[in-house]
Design a protein around this ligand. Structure first.
Ligand code: C2O
Ligand code: CU
Ligand code: CU
Length: 459
């Protein structure tokens, strides 16, 4: 059981200034919830923020009533008029027209059975049309699921296991977070906000809430549990030593847990909402040496992400076994009872443009896809520009990219897949666990708020 109060606070993120934040329990990121596979966790959220919220556990195998449907609100005290907080949504107030929604209470308990493969999950806000600015202001936290089999592998652990929540932000001169929607001059014509074409980017890279941190490490193996919690920024990470050597990034897990066997990368692409579980060995780095983790897609200051300073020689009995897990689903295309084609593209919506799936913007009242509990399906996802597509409830495997074999970092079981520009990606999944109404959407948070989300009904 956990209790989390969602509240406003300020924190010193940049030296010498206080930044107002919306937080889970007063910190950004929110408290990390440690949990065990199959041991249910109930989290009671109390909303003292000035706006309604919704909590979603990303990557959780969660019954629909605790999955954080975007109109399933936790209202703040005294909330009267749903339209007064109208933000930047392309269809303002969309989804909140029903005045009966106002009777919902200030607290809400979410129950997570966690009957799933151990992995790094994250919880974040998911309110319809307002997810992006809410996450931007600080509503994100980590949850780790473990089990005995994973604990027994001998991977780096304790202080040598580091969750890294990477998120970019922009700051105004007074220290406040700058989100373009808060600045009306950025609205170029009615209904069209130019900055959202690529999504909102910041010029400060935060790791676990701190700008460009330098973490002191032993000359030993570390397990880095990377989450890209940025609204829209993509990363291609590499770990570079003082003398210009690139260290191996040994991937041991994907969004939905351990791979069958490790995959070694020098360069690791990480799209919004993706998680990569990676082991890096600092034992070849001399004491005093610095290993910089850089984003090859960044420019200037956004090239740097964080750094590790090797401060001492140390014993290391950790290992990365050649076989990590044997329980990955092995669905074959011939198991699929359905093949669907889904296009993720910009299109006309209202008087402007929206980000659409199959030509339609999100509508909580519309039924989009219906599937049967236990059905295996193949989805062919097609993109115009870069879209990180996320499925609730079900993990999936990547079958192909534009007719070619998956990329090395597509290994394992995923819940978010980076569709690159003009690419078509085939994935295979099985909808099991629970019946009910779920979602799939682009996890570029601005695209999501501007319509790129759809309902998935499991019957
Ligand atoms: Cu990370 Cu539907 O969300
Ligand atoms: Cu999710
Ligand atoms: Cu998108």
């Amino acid at each position: 059981r956990y209790e989390i109060t969602q509240r406003e606070t300020t924190a010193e993120i940049l030296p010498g200034v206080r930044t107002p934040l919306w937080t889970y329990e007063g910190t950004f990121p929110g408290p990390t919830i440690e949990s065990r596979r199959g041991r249910p966790v109930t989290v009671t959220h109390r909303n003292t923020l000035p706006v309604p919220t919704v909590v979603h556990l990303h990557g959780g195998r969660t019954p629909a009533d605790s999955d954080g449907y975007p109109t399933d609100l936790v209202l703040p005290e005294g909330w009267q008029e749903p339209h007064q907080q109208m933000g930047h949504g392309m269809q303002p107030g969309h989804g909140m027209r029903d005045p009966r929604a106002v009777v919902t209470t200030l607290t809400r308990s979410y129950t997570f059975p966690l009957d799933q493969r151990p992995t790094l999950l994250w919880y974040h806000d998911h309110r319809m049309d307002f997810t992006a600015p809410a996450i931007w202001r600080g509503l994100a936290g980590l949850q780790i699921v473990r089990d005995d089999a994973e604990d027994a592998l001998g991977l780096p652990a304790g202080p040598r296991e580091l969750p890294l929540m990477i998120a970019d932000r922009a700051f105004a001169a007074d220290g406040g977070l700058a989100y373009p929607a808060l600045d009306p001059t950025l609205r170029v014509r009615p209904g069209v906000h130019e900055p959202y074409v690529a999504g909102v980017l910041g010029d400060v890279i935060l790791v676990n809430g701190a700008p460009w941190p330098v973490h002191e490490v032993d000359a030993a193996r570390y397990r880095l549990r990377v989450l890209n919690a940025s609204n829209a920024r993509h990363y291609e990470l590499e770990a570079v030593t003082d003398d210009g050597r690139r260290l191996d990034l040994v991937q041991i897990g994907a969004d939905q847990g351990l791979l069958a066997a490790p995959v070694t990368h020098r360069l690791l692409p990480v799209a919004p909402a993706e998680r990569y579980d990676v082991v890096v060995d600092f034992s070849g780095v001399p004491v005093g040496g610095l290993v910089r983790v850089v984003n090859r897609l960044g420019t200037g200051r956004t090239r740097d992400v964080l750094a590790f300073r090797v401060v001492r020689e140390a014993a290391d009995d950790s290992r990365v076994p050649a076989t990590l897990s044997a329980d990955l689903p092995s669905w074959r295309p011939s198991d699929a009872v359905r093949v669907r084609d889904l296009a993720f593209r910009v299109g006309r919506m209202g008087g402007g443009h929206g980000w659409l799936i199959g030509g339609l913007p999100f509508d909580p009242a519309r039924s989009d896809l219906t599937t049967g509990l236990g059905d295996v399906e193949v989805w062919r996802l097609v993109a115009d520009v870069h879209h990180p597509v996320h499925l609730h409830l079900a993990g999936f495997r990547v079958l192909s990219r534009s007719g070619r074999p998956p990329l090395p970092h597509d290994a394992g079981l995923k819940d978010t897949i980076s569709l690159r520009p003009a690419e078509s990606v085939e994935i295979i999944t099985r909808f099991d666990g629970y019946r009910g109404r779920y979602l799939f959407h682009c996890h570029n948070a601005e695209h999501e708020d501007m319509g790129m989300m759809a309902n998935l009904e499991i019957t």
